[in-house]
Structure formats: C-alpha cells, structure tokens
Design a protein around this ligand. Structure first.
Ligand code: SF4
Ligand code: SF4
Length: 56
C-alpha cells in the first residue's frame, strides 16, 4: 500500500520530519527520532489510515 497523501501524519510529527516528496509524503530519516520523548509509539504510523509508513 502506498501513501495516498491524505495529510494525516504531517501535523502529528513532533520533529517536522514528514514532508511532501515527488509523489508521496516522505520521512526525512535524519529528523525522525521515532517519536522518542513524545509518544510511546511512532505517531505517524498510529495515525496513518492505510498503514503505509515503514521506518527503517
Ligand atoms: S516516527 Fe515520529 S518523529 Fe518519526 S516521522 Fe513519524 S511522527 Fe515524525
Ligand atoms: S497518513 Fe499515511 S497515507 Fe496519509 S499522508 Fe501520511 S503516510 Fe500518506
């Protein structure tokens, strides 16, 4: 499943690590802390309605 650009995840990211890429929203790995200190789980994954976010 690929991102449908629904915009749900962007305002949830505490590190502003999510932005629009060429086709889909994307996570900038250098900015992503997997929400450590903010949430118990990566909140972008929690809010994504289609579970398309994979953190590497
Ligand atoms: S895991 Fe957290 S810090 Fe990383 S992109 Fe998702 S919301 Fe942002
Ligand atoms: S919540 Fe999921 S589908 Fe929506 S923009 Fe973010 S990654 Fe894409």
């Amino acid at each position: 499943m690929s991102c449908i650009n629904c915009d749900m995840c962007v305002p949830e990211c505490p590190n502003e690590a999510i932005s629009m890429g060429a086709l889909h929203y994307q996570v900038t790995a250098e900015l992503c802390t997997e929400c450590e200190g903010f949430y118990d789980k990566p909140t972008c994954i929690v809010v994504c309605p289609i579970d398309c976010i994979a953190l590497v």
